[in-house]
Design a protein around this ligand. Structure first.
Ligand code: FAD
Ligand code: SF4
Length: 498
C-alpha cells in the first residue's frame, strides 16, 4: 500500500464519459480519451491492501488486484502489466466490458465507494500496449500435439492463447467472417472499439494461433472429421439460441431479435454495409428486455436516430443501494444502474413511454400482445404492469406506439442448427447447454466444452476464466495429466451469492 491514508483522503473518481450530445453522433467509445491516466494513480492509492482481499474471489479470474494497485500507485507499469497478464489474457476487454463484481466485493465498499478496480485494470492494459509490455509470447518449443477450438469468442480465444503458448498447434474455427464472437458482432463499438480486438488477434497470430473464419463446424467441416484430425477439440460456440416471446402478433413485420439487429449495425461500423436494413432511424422503437443486450440495442437505436425509444423490463425497479439482508456484501447486488445508453436516451428525452423522463425504461412491464397495420407491420404494443410474481396488476394495461420492436430476452444455450452437437453425440443438460464433467470433458473422448455453450449465458470475465481453465484440462489430457497452466474456475463454480 503506497499511501496508507489514500482511502481517507481521495474520493472515488471514475473514467468520465464524453458529453451525450457529442458521443451519440459517433460509434466511438463513450469514455473521454486520455482522461483516465491523470487520476488513476490516486485511485489505485485508495486500495487498503486489506488482509483478506475479497475482490480476488469476486473476480472469476482471481485477478491479483491489490498487487497491481500498489504497482500502479508506485508507477511501476511494467510490473503491474506482468501481474495483470498473469491471470487475464485480455484485460483491455474486461477493463471496458466487465460489470466488475470485484468492486462489489471490495472491502472498502462495506462503508465507502469501492476502489475503481476496473478502471485501474484498463489503465494498466492500455499502458502495456502503449509501452510494448505485451509482446507476442510464442512457445520455446512445439509439443507436436494439435487442438481445434470451435468458436472465437472470449472463451475460445483465451483457450487458444493458453494452449498455443504451451506449445500446442492450435486452429480456431469460426463461422463468422471475422474473429471475436459476441465482442465482434454483438457488443457495439461505443462500449469497446474493435481495434482492441484486432491488436490482440495480431498478437495471437504472431504467437502461432491459426484462424479459419467463415467455417461452420457441422456444416462446412464435418465435426467427426475434425475430431479425427486433431488430438483434442474445444467447443466454445457460445449460447446464441435466443429466447422467444410467444404472444399474439409476434409474427408481424418489424419485430426482430436483438441479435438480428445488433450485428447489422456492427457491420455498418466495419464498413460492410452503407446502412443497416433494420435501422431505427426515424422509428418508434420498443426494446423488450432489461439486460446488457437491451442496453446495447438502446445505445445503437439512439445513434441511428430513432424518433422515440422505450425499454421494457419485467423486473421491478431495483433500489439505489444494496439490500443488506437480501444481498449482503460481498455479493454483486441488483441495484438501479444507469448505463451510458440509458443516460443518452434520458438526456435526449427520447422516451415518452417511460416512467421518468430521464430514463427510457419501464419497469415491471409485461408485453401482452402486438397489433399490426393493414400491411402486416407492427404498429402497437400492449403491456401491463406485473407484481413480483409476474401476475398482471388489474387496471394497468396500456399501449405504446411502435414500428420497430427488438427482443432482448436472453439466450437458452448453443445453436443446434449447425448439427455439431448431434453429429458428435454430445450429451446436454436439461436447459440445453453442453454437459461436461469436473475436468471440462464432454461425454465424447478428447472433446471439451467451455464458455457460454456449456455454462449458459454469462459474462466475458467468466468466458476468459473458462477458456483458461479448459486449456489447463486439455493440456493435462495431451501431456498425460501434468499441466502448469492455471485453472481459475471449475465448471460448476458460480458467482458469489448468498
Ligand atoms: C449484445 C450482448 C452484449 C453483451 N455485453 C456484455 C458486456 O458488456 N460485458 C460482459 O461481460 N458480457 C457481455 N455479454 C455476454 C458476453 O458477450 C458472453 O458471455 C461471452 O461473449 C461468451 O463468450 P463465448 O466465447 O462463450 O461465446 P461467444 O462470444 O458467443 O462466441 C462464440 C463463437 O462461436 C461461433 N460459433 C458458434 N457455432 C459455431 C460452429 N458450429 N462453428 C464455428 N463457429 C461457431 C460463433 O459465431 C461465435 O463467434 C453480452 C452479450 C450480448 C449478446
Ligand atoms: S475482470 Fe472484472 S471482476 Fe475481474 S478485476 Fe477486472 S473488472 Fe474486476
Amino acid at each position: 500500500m503506497a499511501d496508507p491514508k489514500g482511502f481517507l483522503t481521495t474520493p472515488r473518481e471514475e473514467w468520465p464519459r464524453r458529453p451525450v450530445a457529442e458521443r451519440v453522433r459517433d460509434w466511438d467509445e463513450v469514455l473521454v480519451p486520455g482522461a483516465l491516466l491523470p487520476v488513476i494513480g490516486g485511485q489505485a492509492d485508495r486500495c487498503m491492501d486489506c488482509g483478506v482481499p475479497f475482490c480476488h474471489d469476486a473476480c472469476p479470474l482471481g485477478n491479483l488486484i491489490p498487487e497491481w494497485n500498489e504497482l500502479v500507485s508506485r508507477e511501476d507499469w511494467r510490473a503491474a502489466a506482468e501481474r495483470l497478464h498473469a491471470t487475464n489474457n485480455f484485460p483491455e476487454f474486461t477493463g471496458r466490458l466487465c460489470p466488475a463484481p470485484c468492486e462489489s466485493g471490495c472491502v472498502l465498499a462495506i462503508n465507502q465507494p469501492a476502489v475503481t478496480i476496473k478502471n485501474v485494470e484498463c489503465a494498466i492494459a492500455d499502458r502495456a500496449w502503449e509501452e510494448g509490455f505485451a509482446p507476442p509470447a510464442p512457445p520455446d518449443r512445439l509439443s507436436g500435439r494439435t487442438v481445434a477450438v470451435i468458436g472465437s469468442g472470449p472463451a475460445g480465444l483465451a483457450a487458444a492463447q493458453q494452449l498455443t503458448r504451451a506449445g500446442h498447434t492450435v486452429a480456431v474455427y469460426e463461422r463468422d467472417d471475422r474473429v471475436g464472437g459476441l465482442m465482434r458482432y454483438g457488443i457495439p463499438g461505443f462500449k469497446m472499439e474493435k481495434h482492441h480486438l484486432e491488436r490482440r488477434l495480431a498478437q495471437m497470430r504472431a504467437e502461432g494461433t491459426k484462424f479459419r473464419t467463415s467455417t461452420t463446424v457441422g456444416r462446412d467441416v464435418d465435426a467427426e472429421e475434425l475430431r479425427a484430425r486433431y488430438d483434442a477439440v474445444v467447443i466454445a460456440t457460445g449460447a446464441s439460441a435466443w429466447r422467444e416471446l410467444p404472444v399474439p402478433g409476434r409474427e408481424l413485420a418489424g419485430i426482430h431479435q436483438a441479435m438480428e439487429y445488433l450485428p447489422l449495425a456492427n457491420r455498418v461500423c466495419e464498413g460492410d454495409l452503407e446502412s443497416s436494413p433494420l435501422s431505427a432511424a426515424g422509428r418508434h422503437v420498443v426494446i423488450i428486455g432489461g439486460g446488457d443486450t437491451g442496453a446495447d440495442c438502446l445505445g445503437t437505436v439512439v445513434r441511428e436516430g430513432a424518433a422515440t425509444v422505450t425499454q421494457l423490463d419485467i423486473y421491478a425497479r431495483p433500489g439505489t443501494s444494496r439490500d443488506e439482508d437480501e444481498e449482503p456484501w460481498p455479493t454483486y447486488p441488483k441495484v438501479y444502474r444507469m448505463s451510458a445508453a440509458h443516460e443518452e436516451a434520458g438526456a435526449l428525452r427520447l422516451a415518452p413511454g417511460a416512467e421518468a423522463e430521464v430514463d427510457a425504461r419501464v419497469f415491471a412491464a409485461s408485453t401482452l400482445r402486438f397489433a399490426g397495420d393493414a400491411e402486416g407491420r407492427v404498429c402497437r404494443l400492449d403491456l401491463v404492469e406485473v407484481d413480483s410474481r409476474r401476475r398482471a396488476v388489474a387496471g394497468t394495461e396500456r399501449s405504446l406506439r411502435t414500428d420497430l420492436v427488438l427482443l432482448a430476452l436472453g439466450f437458452s444455450g448453443p445453436d443446434r442448427g449447425d448439427g455439431l452437437i448431434a453429429r458428435l453425440g454430445l450429451e446436454t443438460e436439461p436447459r440445453g447447454t453442453i454437459a461436461r464433467d469436473a475436468g471440462f470433458a464432454t461425454n465424447v473422448p478428447g472433446v471439451f466444452a467451455a464458455g457460454d455453450a456449456a455454462r449458459g449465458q454469462s459474462l466475458i470475465v467468466w468466458a476468459i476464466a473458462e477458456g483458461r481453465a479448459v486449456a489447463a484440462a486439455v493440456d493435462g489430457h495431451l501431456t498425460g495429466g501434468e499441466t502448469r497452466l492455471p485453472a481459475p474456475v471449475g465448471p460448476y463454480d458460480r458467482p458469489m451469492t448468498v
